[in-house]
Design a protein around this ligand. Sequence first.
Ligand code: IDP
Ligand code: MG
Length: 134
Amino acid sequence: MSYEKTYIMLKPDAIKRRLMGEIISRIEKKGYHITQAKIMTLDETIIAEHYSHLLDHPFFPKLSAFMTSGPVFAMVVEGENAINGMRQMIGATNVFEAAPGTIRGDYTNNVTENVIHGSDSPENAAIEIARFFG
Ligand code: IDP
Ligand code: MG
């Protein structure tokens, strides 16, 4: 176990549905620290970078349109095992397999509009924190 920083982003659906407070509260109650945060609107260029592993998928244009459709809430979340711990809290990418009690399991039934992003590895956490917080 090690003390880690991860990049967490509440997606435009979370902001539109006014779920920010509830989700931030769940992160805090777990014991993590939110050490940086900002609301921003992303453009297609940064989404193509952030989701470069998905550029060739047929759903990419829909994903990009969604992610640029309104503001996101970006955070650096810190704590013991924060990277994997947040992924556990977020739940599966396939929302139909996201367990009840996870954020996706509790708040969405839509494969694209799935409320929240969390870094999937220490390497990507460092890249994503640098990408969005400089
Ligand atoms: P993750 O968000 O759980 O890390 P990724 O595979 O990195 O999953 O996918 C990034 C985002 O792309 C997902 O969170 C979701 O918004 C969207 N996405 C992933 N797979 C699909 C799909 O099959 N159809 C539509 N959108 C998808
Ligand atoms: Mg991912």
